[in-house]
Design a protein around this ligand. Structure first.
Ligand code: NAD
Ligand code: TYD
Length: 378
């Protein structure tokens, strides 16, 4: 079937994996990547597919309603997969306005543009889909009731061989009440509400998914894993916030893209699906895995880079634990992570070490100023 799909934020980390998957898997779809190319957007992330006949890149700001309407009309778009956002919690603490603008107003402008176009068609919303990608951070933070970790109640074929812990007995469900704490998560929560409101008020066929922390190739080195790999390579300190006790649930980015593909095609309208890795780690433990892997792949003796670990002032309002229960997606649509965490981390570290030019290119100039500003007083 021929479809015309806008993917917003396709030049970013997760978006580039989604664009690649759709362009390669669906030669009959026209994939239109709409991205403003902020500091986080990088067309080098898509170099391998940029010349494919079913792919178009358009540099545009989702906040520009007229432009969004024009694009949706011009390409007779029937599906929107919306990933464009400001995505980094630390930046949101310094500059919350940009987050409200892009994440809230940008999402609203895209929703309204889709509404105006789709309602003008004879078939209206039939066969249309507005799929909004969100985060588990909207649910707030869970308690860390088992600091040493207990056996996780969840297993998948891809569960970690060595590490299978939960750090509390509660998990985020699709029904968990929203309770965002950071300006980032508050802006994502607000955008999620707008998306649901467009379904409830106008009948737009929307879907929202809330995913846990992603890792993998092409992630901007402001986020924990690529930042630390790059700092180890440059023998720079590894800034651990607080005591390194915070817990995140990590998912390999390609598994998130696979889930998005499945849900876009098979998910039920007006539903929410939580997506997670069944894979909780304390920051300090994951940092040790990253150090061990980088040292091994660089041929350094074991423990060589441990001395770089530097405890710094904690992030303001730092959420203690995120842990997703994604059994609804597992049961209803048969999705599971495909990659064991040990394999995922190995692949990821290898990718960054093999693609140093990619990293060097984005860590020149502006990045230096960002880094100095973010870490100077910690
Ligand atoms: P990212 O920061 O790597 O990429 C964001 C992309 O959006 C960039 O290409 C940027 O240029 C583009 N963009 C920003 N503002 C824009 C605007 N006004 N108009 C058009 N394009 C704009 O982000 P990511 O980590 O790939 O996250 C993608 C989405 O997934 C976000 O909505 C984020 O909230 C969500 N998410 C991320 C994670 C994670 O672990 N990274 C987890 C769950 C959900
Ligand atoms: P991050 O990758 O920014 O993702 P998020 O805040 O969305 O979960 O951070 C992951 C965890 O790592 C989080 O608990 C904060 C912590 N962290 C550090 O300890 N040091 C750092 O330099 C960064 C960027 C994050």
């Amino acid at each position: 079937m021929k479809r015309n799909i806008i993917i917003t934020g396709g030049a970013g980390f997760i978006g580039s994996h989604v664009v690649r998957l759709f362009v390669n898997k669906y030669p009959d779809y026209h994939i239109i990547n709409v991205d403003k190319l902020t500091y986080a957007g990088n067309l080098a992330n898509l170099a391998d597919i940029e010349n494919k006949p079913n792919y178009t890149f358009i540099k545009a700001d989702i906040c520009d309603f007229d432009r969004m309407l024009e694009l949706i009309r011009q390409h007779n778009v029937d599906g929107i997969i919306h990933l464009a956002a400001e995505s980094h919690v630390d930046r949101s603490i310094k500059d919350p306005f940009t987050f409200a603008k892009t994440n809230v107003m940008g999402t609203l402008s895209l929703l309204q543009a889709a509404k105006v176009h789709w309602e003008s068609l004879p078939e209206k919303y039939e066969g249309k889909r507005f799929y909004h990608i969100s985060t588990d951070e909207v649910y707030g933070a869970l308690e860390l009731t088992n600091p040493e970790g207990i056996e996780s109640p969840f297993t998948t074929t891809a569960s970690s061989k060595e590490h299978h812990h939960a750090y509390g007995s509660e998990f985020f469900l699709e029904t968990t009440k929203y309770n965002p704490h950071s300006p980032y998560s508050a802006s994502k929560a607000s955008s999620d509400h707008f998306v649901r409101a467009y379904h409830d008020t106008y009948g737009m066929p929307t879907i929202v998914t809330n995913c846990s922390n992603n890792y993998g190739p092409y992630q901007f080195p402001e986020k924990l894993i690529p930042l630390f790999i790059n700092n180890i390579r440059h023998r720079k300190p590894l800034p651990v916030y607080g005591k390194g006790e915070n817990v995140r649930d990590w998912l390999y980015v390609v598994d998130h893209a696979r889930a998005i593909d499945l849900i876009f095609h098979k998910g039920n309208v007006a539903e929410t699906y939580n997506i997670g890795g069944f894979n909780e780690w304390k920051n300090i433990d994951i940092i040790k895995v990253v150090i061990r892997t980088v040292d091994r792949l660089l041929g350094n003796p074991e423990g060589h880079s441990d001395e770089l670990i530097t405890y710094v002032t904690d992030r303001a309002g730092h959420d203690l634990r995120y842990a997703i229960d994604s059994r609804k997606l597992q049961k209803e649509l048969g999705w599971e992570p495909s990659l064991q965490f040990e394999e995922g981390i190995e692949k990821t570290v290898r990718w960054y070490l093999d693609n140093q030019a990619w990293m060097d290119n984005i860590t020149s100039g502006e990045y230096e100023r960002y880094y100095d500003d973010m870490y100077k007083n910690r």
